[in-house]
Design a protein around this ligand. Sequence first.
Ligand code: ADP
Ligand code: MG
Length: 325
Amino acid sequence: ETMINQIAAGEVIERPASVVKELVENALDAGASKVEVVTSGGGLNLIRVTDDGFGIPERELALAIARHCTSKLTEDINDIRSLGFRGEALPSIGSVSRLSIRSRTASSDSAAEIGIEGGRVLPIKPAAANRGTTVEVRDLFFATPARLKFMKGERAESSAISDIVKRIAIAFPTVRFTLAGSDRTTLELPATDDSADGSLRRVAQVMGADFPDNSIAIDAMREGVHLTGHVSIPSFTRANALQQYAYVNGRPVRDKLIAGAIRGAFADVLPRDRHAVTVLFLSLDPAIVDVNVHPAKADVRFRDPGLVRGLIVGAIRQALADAGI
Ligand code: ADP
Ligand code: MG
């Protein structure tokens, strides 16, 4: 069982940032309004995610770290509202690290804690905590030294963690996020609101206060696919594509087709070595897109890639033209 979980961990948990992604998604699935992330040593020594969500009842703590146990599965795989649904993350992480979960539900007057170290489950014990859940992951990959060797060093891992928190935070403007660590990559993103303005304020928190004034709004629709967001004007560029954020039905994605479409749209107005800053939200019928290609869930597969590419290229070019660029 530990072996199976370690193999799964090899798929889902590539690096500390993958752990942060899974734990933050769990916090959001639990309806958290505040998510606090603390790391040290680029996440290899410590990752701690605390939320104020609905918590896990003591009798379900053991299930949370059991393989393929999820409280989130609905009948219809196309109607997955929660970010997680495989029941794979916690047992995988617990098979390669020292993981503890401390949780308290609203109806309970005390918290409980369970641990799992390199796949070995520790007994449940009472704990003190407010409503919500704290998941702590120490010594990531201590149980799989080969994997540990592939890590890029504290600074690279820290910036990957910061990147993933930013990516997720843009999709959840009503949630307060903080990221603290021994490193300089700290974040404090106060909650805004669900309106277009609130969403743009969250974008500004993440991309910098000067982004909105240096961007143009995108809002276009083609055959039921809706594209909204902002792209920077050609004088506001970056040397890499890290500040290109894309979402499909509210999920952060990293997708070659979207990245290529952005490049194509800006090809005539940007030098090859400069990149636009973009935040784009695609919303479409879940039946015509698969966001679950890989367990790490960052890839997407569109049924009609040409339609999506055409929509993005067309909308950005049109918006640039309308702005006289
Ligand atoms: P999944 O998210 O795919 O269901 P996970 O392994 O990430 O699988 O989590 C297993 C289960 O543990 C979840 O289905 C949920 O019931 C519970 N859980 C994990 N993290 C939290 C949290 N922060 N708050 C409440 N419940 C949680
Ligand atoms: Mg999960």
